[in-house]
Design a protein around this ligand. Structure first.
Ligand code: ZN
Length: 234
């Protein structure tokens, strides 16, 4: 259930049952010509909505902005600053906690390492200050467990395209080439998009909705298990 579909009175009553509260964090980011800018938002929102349904949890309004580094110069990528990302996520979590949330799951669809560092920093501050129980992960942490060879697959590649074909088929456009990754070694570049000349990495043309369906249900099952085990709920 989406938290903001409730009235204030209903919300107060639901929070008395101490539900698990999910905060999906997405982004607005270039994913080449075949995927929409909302790709990183649609995926964790779908996962959070489905897992929350199973566990009688609540889904807080998603954040559709993130900190982006490798795609920041590509058309359509809208990025928050690193510090802003920490502060906005900290504020949202603290506000949920002052409304009674004590079990939180932050799930990010954007998995960039700098972005995840910002989220981790916000979550650590929140846990240290309040003592709430809080999980932080990206749905791509769970994709890595999927039993299929994923070597050479990355941003906007086969896995991500397949997931989008399952969740939002109307938003997926055709793609006929395989996205290359060009290593830049350890260099810090002002044009990091050089490492992704096609705007994506992997064999997107071989993605299918059927693979996406299996992948999404795998992620949903894995997250349900993780949340049950971490919070000791049924
Ligand atoms: Zn993505």
């Amino acid at each position: 259930m989406r938290l903001d579909s409730l009235s204030s009175t209903e919300f107060k009553r639901v929070m008395e049952g101490r539900p698990i509260v999910f905060l999906p964090i997405g982004g607005t980011e270039a994913h080449s010509s075949h995927l929409p800018l909302c790709t990183d938002s649609v995926q964790p929102e779908y996962v959070a909505d489905t897992v929350a349904e199973r566990l009688n949890g609540l889904v807080a309004p998603p954040l559709r902005y993130a900190f982006h580094s490798s795609t920041r110069n590509m058309p359509g990528t809208l990025t928050l600053g690193f510090e802003t990302t920490i502060r906005v996520v900290y504020d949202i979590l603290m506000s949920l906690i002052s409304n009674g949330a004590d079990k939180l799951v932050v799930i990010s669809g954007h998995a960039g390492s700098s972005h995840m560092n910002a989220l981790r920093q916000a979550c650590v501050e929140v846990v240290e200050e309040t003592g709430v129980r809080l999980m932080l992960l990206t749905d791509y942490d769970l994709v890595k467990r999927f039993p299929e060879d994923q070597r050479g697959d990355g941003h906007g590649g086969k896995m991500e395209t397949a997931r989008m074909m399952d969740i939002a088929p109307d938003l997926v456009r055709p793609q006929d080439k395989v996205g290359r990754y060009v290593s830049q070694g350890y260099m810090i570049l002002s044009d990091p998009e050089r490492s992704m000349p096609d705007g994506f990495v992997g064999d997107a043309p071989s993605a299918t909705a059927e693979l996406g369906r299996r992948l999404n249900s795998f992620i949903i099952d894995e997250l349900t298990k993780e949340v049950r085990a971490s919070f000791g709920v049924e």
